[in-house]
Design a protein around this ligand. Structure first.
Ligand code: SF4
Length: 354
């Protein structure tokens, strides 16, 4: 085989002979039969706020710009993954909107025919100024992280200002056409119980959808405790008692992390991401690449594959495709948070991406 492999990604439509082998048929299936079609791409580890359940308050060592995958390298990795069945992408961070010209990357990825779903998870601080460019570039799904509607609580959690900007960002996203805008709210016992009802009423008033997320042990300060987890069933109970009963939504995507509910009176929809109390690993279709080009087959994986080294080291696409398959083949059954075997990954959340 000549250097076909190294140029295959330049072509719009990869074909079997590009790789010399019919690996189009070989989807990314792990040893538990899970098919992986959904890639989370962290485009930076930098962030403009400091949520205590994610980052240290001060003195964060961020990656050098030269260590970040370039947009072209990200595009190449995606084009290599497409024949393996990749169809869905979520851009994450750190805070993805601090990566300059993010809309350019969205446009590059939206131009790949097999990629029919691109989303972003953002803290919303820069969203008002970027919403239109992102929409015009082809972005269609947006999740905004907002754990509290009380500005004092917001500052306590994020350790930075920006509350008003987040609300402006949500409104701007709705204005340019994102529908629904989804709100990710991490629920923490002893801190955000009082935010559950206000957030749900915000969803009922504004048409956004709230996802309540159980606190996961991925914080940079290793301060996670099970006692601090506000469990999904408690949130459902509180909402049902104080607003009205919740009904599971029909036709749920079995691979989606969130279990969706609508209020019995038909006003408003919420989701529960119960990673700790009701792990959804058996339907997981996700794999991840970090901003510095490390492939992770799970959010909690303790091993990584250095894809950046391959992308910059003249390695052919077909070998990179094999490395992706090997990573997925080695994927564990799920996180082990609820076992004595659980080991928190060295890499903190802001450096993995949600
Ligand atoms: S913990 Fe890992 S296996 Fe489980 S759902 Fe998350 S990424 Fe998938």
């Amino acid at each position: 085989m000549s250097d076909l492999g190294t140029r295959a990604w330049e072509r719009a439509e990869p074909t079997t002979e590009d790789y010399g082998k019919p690996f189009m048929a070989e989807q990314l299936i792990d040893s538990f039969g899970r098919i992986h079609t959904n890639l989370r791409i962290s485009v930076t580890d930098r962030c403009n706020i400091r949520c205590f359940y994610c980052m240290p308050a001060e003195n964060v060592q961020f990656m050098d710009r030269k260590d970040l995958l370039t947009f072209e390298e990200i595009e190449r990795f995606v084009r290599i993954s497409v024949p393996l069945g990749l169809t869905k992408i979520r851009l994450t961070g750190g805070e993805p909107l601090v990566r300059r010209d993010l809309h350019v990357l969205v446009k590059m990825l939206a131009a790949i025919p097999q990629i029919h779903d691109i989303g972003v998870t953002t803290n919303g601080i820069l969203l008002a100024e970027q919403a239109e460019d992102l929409w015009n570039a082809g972005l269609r799904r947006i999740n905004v992280s907002l754990d509290a509607l009380d500005p004092v609580k917001f500052k306590e959690i994020t350790r930075r200002d920006g509350y008003e900007k987040v609300l402006e960002g949500i409104a701007a996203a709705q204005r340019v056409g994102f529908d629904p805008v989804k709100i990710n709210a991490v629920s923490i016992r002893g801190m955000t119980e009082d935010e559950i009802i206000p957030l749900a009423n915000f969803a009922r008033r504004s048409g956004v959808e709230i996802r309540f997320i159980e606190f996961m042990p991925l914080d940079a300060d290793n301060a996670w405790e099970r006692e601090k987890v506000l469990f999904a069933h408690e949130i459902i109970e509180k909402l049902s008692q104080e607003i009205c009963p919740l009904i599971p939504c029909p036709g749920q995507n079995p691979h989606a992390p969130a279990t969706e509910f609508q209020f019995e009176d038909g006003i408003g929809k919420i989701g529960l991401i119960a990673s700790v109390s009701r792990p959804f690993c058996m339907n997981c279709d996700r794999f991840r690449i970090t901003a510095d080009g490390k492939l992770r087959n799970c959010l909690f994986s303790l091993e990584e594959t250095d894809v950046r080294g391959m992308l910059r080291g003249g390695v052919a696409d077909i070998e990179i495709a094999s490395a992706i398959r090997a990573s997925i083949a080695a994927k564990k059954e799920g996180h082990e948070i609820n076992t004595a075997r659980y080991i928190q990954p060295d890499r903190p959340m802001y450096s993995i991406g949600g």
